[in-house]
Write a protein that binds this ligand. Structure first.
Ligand code: ATP
Ligand code: ATP
Length: 156
């Protein structure tokens, strides 16, 4: 029943880690900050269907911000604004997490940070590791609140 799967989900998700449920780097829809938001680019964002889009500089290992699809509402594609300009105007912080962290801890991060996407990095860190220490590890993917809730409610 639904009740049973909630209980099982709540017990089992503590054993799972970010890397078990994240979207791997190869599958991530990301954009380079030098890209211009012309019609083609806006169409690509729209077609991706994603709300949160990591933005990198030159290399996907070098993530500098998160573009929110809703921040594009007032942008005129004819202006061909650079993504970097949108980020500096409507800056959204990037949050980082080790891919080894268990999902119960990730859930707490989501609940306390009012942020629903974390960039996953290789490497184990102690509880007090700073965001910049974690961010120094190789980027391996991203995880959203949805990925954690799916495990919690045992959705497939
Ligand atoms: P929302 O539901 O808030 O509009 P969304 O549909 O863009 O957001 P989520 O619902 O948070 O995204 O996540 C759905 C799935 O898509 C998850 O598995 C998540 O890891 C993945 N995902 C989210 N953003 C991206 C992205 N930019 N590139 C690739 N996969 C992503
Ligand atoms: P997202 O976080 O996926 O971008 P959102 O911020 O628009 O979505 P939610 O996070 O789903 O909205 O909800 C936040 C709060 O805002 C909830 O209390 C919800 O009831 C309320 N809310 C959502 N949409 C509207 C709306 N169109 N008008 C008024 N309140 C809304």
């Amino acid at each position: 029943s639904a009740d049973q799967s909630l209980i099982i989900g709540a017990m089992e998700y503590k054993e799972k880690r970010v890397k078990d449920v994240m979207t791997s780097l190869e599958q991530c829809f990301m954009l380079d900050k030098s890209m211009r938001l012309n019609f083609q680019a806006m169409l690509a964002v729209y077609k991706s269907g994603f709300t949160r889009i990591p933005v990198y500089s030159g290399d996907k290992q070098n993530i500098e911000g998160i573009l929110y699809a809703k921040d594009l509402i007032l942008i005129d594609p004819d202006d061909e604004v650079e993504i970097g300009a949108v980020l500096s105007f409507r800056g959204r912080n990037v949050f980082h997490i080790s891919e080894d962290v268990t999902l119960d801890k990730v859930f707490k991060v989501f609940m306390t940070s009012a942020n629903h996407l974390l960039i996953a990095h290789r490497g184990s860190f102690d509880e007090n590791a700073s965001q910049s220490e974690i961010a120094a590890g190789e980027v391996t993917g991203l995880i959203t609140l949805e990925d954690v809730i799916e495990q919690l409610i045992q959705a497939e």
